[in-house]
Design a protein around this ligand. Structure first.
Ligand code: MRU
Length: 341
């Protein structure tokens, strides 16, 4: 990608993002500066993908802090907590959101004996560090994942766990980018990812732009594809991994995992350590976002595609049982079952 997924324009006190709801037709940059714009950007998926949401939230917390008028730490932290609580309520499943906001909160607390300007300086440094660490983590995930792959492999991915979902490289796509640089000649397949089409609109777009061999398919074609023998490994991202390895990721991921098990294809979950939530014992405890029915019935169609008023089931994520996961690939190394994270 030629532009950063999430960037801080500190002079203008704005966060600059690519509006992901407009891709691939239009590359529209958004400059955001108010807390309502920050909340809405996350809720509407203008910025999305667990690590990118975390980086964005850190920048948002910093910019909110810049706007707080307070004479001392007590006055500052009361207002800062309100901002954090509001931003944190924008989406429930990706743990990177609350993880990044907690880091920012802890940073403020660690500088509580300084003047408010000093606290704000520390918050800017922390937010920039979160961004840098994300890029480094993604690259390390890619290096680790690449040790499990061979040149010429057919790889299937679901949703977008790519550059657009992180600071750079992506998680599930990191090995694809690194392999591409090193002549691995992977054949990559993306599920379109109903209902919001992150696979079609974002993954197919960014990998094709990078010059990779990419084929797009509807979600319900994964079984036929695997049966054809063209897939050697599945790589997906994650929004929250419980201590036992159960993994929440984009709706449909668990279906791909079941299919992969049937066809004896390794199923790898790729994510930074910040996506592991050891405080949650198993997937049943992961909060799953429910979204509007219109995403299923109307969105993308020129006219409604379902009976008016029909009941709609539209969870944004599902949980893949740990028993279906061959390995969890992080920047710190590769975890194999039995998982105890
Ligand atoms: O609803 P989204 O588009 O934010 O969902 C994104 C995913 O499910 C990704 O696979 C996950 O966040 C990992 S991104 C590296």
């Amino acid at each position: 990608m030629s532009c950063e997924t999430v960037a801080l324009d500190d002079a203008a006190k704005q966060i600059v993002i690519i509006d992901q709801t407009k891709l691939p037709e239009e590359t529209r940059m958004l400059r955001l500066s108010t807390i309502d714009e920050f909340y809405t950007a996350i809720y509407l998926l203008q910025v999305r993908g667990a690590p990118a949401i975390g980086v964005f939230a850190a920048f948002a917390a910093y910019l909110c802090a810049c706007g707080i008028k307070a004479d001392d730490y007590e006055g500052f932290i009361t207002e800062f907590d309100k901002c954090i609580t509001y931003i944190n309520s924008s989406r429930p499943t990706a743990v990177n959101l609350s993880w990044a906001l907690r880091r920012m909160r802890d940073t403020a607390a660690a500088h509580s004996d300084e003047a408010v300007d000093g606290i704000i300086d520390a918050l800017r440094e922390e937010a920039l560090l979160i961004r840098r660490e994300d890029e480094e983590a993604c690259r390390a995930i890619g290096e680790n994942a690449l040790t499990l792959l061979r040149p010429g492999f057919g790889l299937l991915t679901h949703c977008n766990a790519g550059s657009l979902a992180t600071s750079r490289y992506g998680t599930a796509t990191a090995a694809m980018y690194l392999g591409h640089e090193r002549g691995y000649d992977f054949h990559i397949y993306c599920d379109e990812t109903r209902p919001l089409l992150q696979g079609a609109r974002l993954t197919a777009y960014e990998l094709a732009n990078a010059g990779m061999d990419v084929t797009l398919q509807c979600d319900n074609m994964a079984g036929a594809l695997m049966a054809s023998g063209k897939i050697d490994a599945v790589l997906v991202g994650c929004d929250r991994v419980a201590a036992n390895g159960d993994t929440a990721n984009k709706i449909g991921t668990s279906v791909v995992a079941v299919l992969a098990k049937h066809y004896n294809i390794p199923f790898y979950v790729c994510g930074p350590m910040s996506t592991i939530d050891s405080s949650i014992a198993c997937g049943a405890d992961i909060p799953i976002e429910q979204r509007k029915p219109e995403e299923v019935t109307d969105m993308w169609y020129t006219h409604p595609m379902a009976p008016k008023g029909i009941k709609v089931f539209n969870p944004a994520f599902d949980v893949t049982d740990h028993s279906l996961i061959t390995a969890i690939i992080t920047e710190k190394g590769i975890f194999y079952p039995p998982y105890s994270l």
